[in-house]
Write a protein that binds this ligand. Sequence first.
Ligand code: ADP
Ligand code: MG
Ligand code: ZN
Length: 273
Amino acid sequence: EPVIGLEVHAQLLTQTKCFCGCATSFGDPPNTHTCPVCLGLPGALPVLNQEAARMAAAAALALRCTVHKRSIFARKNYFYPDLPKGYQISQYELPLATGGCLEIETADGPRKAGITRIHMEEDAGKNLHGIGDLSVVDLNRASTPLIEIVGEPDLRSAAHASEYLKRLRDVLMFIGINDGNLEQGSFRCDANVSVRKKGELKLGTRTELKNINSFRFVGEAIEIEIKRQIQMLERGERIRQQTRGYNADKKETYLLRDKENEADYRYFPDPDL
Ligand code: ADP
Ligand code: MG
Ligand code: ZN
């Protein structure tokens, strides 16, 4: 039996970034919407965008979550060229909202999929590779406000997952906080997939399929990953917890990296917020 849980990153439709006054924009010349705060220059201090918090809370209410009176930001540390500060401002302990649900239509009637948590975070910039023999970084997108919507592992097929994504996108667009654009990356999904024997209660080891940018490919990638895992188990092999990508031409998922664990991120409360 397949078990699927989705993580969705949705860009909030604010005029300005999450912790500074720079415009959020798509398609402008690189590095024209930056300032000391979103460049992570020493001494610059973030201030939360009130409209971003309002939009995040609206999404949480639309998804029947409990919005907590107190939530805190955390620093998620990792090293990558598109992340100027060396950490992402996110939430870890005490997220904005928890415990919601989304109702979807399936072949066997309506089904409720749980929402574990919704937290606010900032987007990273964008690495562009193959400019001659260079890689360059555009930080216009750095610190654009996002919500991450973490779903419970309540979905049992690729069709369920596709339906969940469509419904979720509809809800976020309807309340006017997201433009639902998968191609431009303002609505992005990671799919966690495992399989187990029918009737078993314990979850199998999951793999995480990263950033698939179309509805068709999400469904396809999940189906192919389910088959790969079943074949491995039937050969007596163990599933390793991995982050995987999807190659739509070859119709196969491929290893990106072995999954980092939580301790690697050295989360701690952001003292500036
Ligand atoms: P991480 O950041 O490590 O991906 P999260 O808690 O943010 O952790 O997200 C975990 C996601 O994986 C959730 O959407 C959850 O439903 C899903 N998930 C967890 N365990 C399994 C599993 N065994 N099979 C499928 N999905 C799973
Ligand atoms: Mg994940
Ligand atoms: Zn800025």
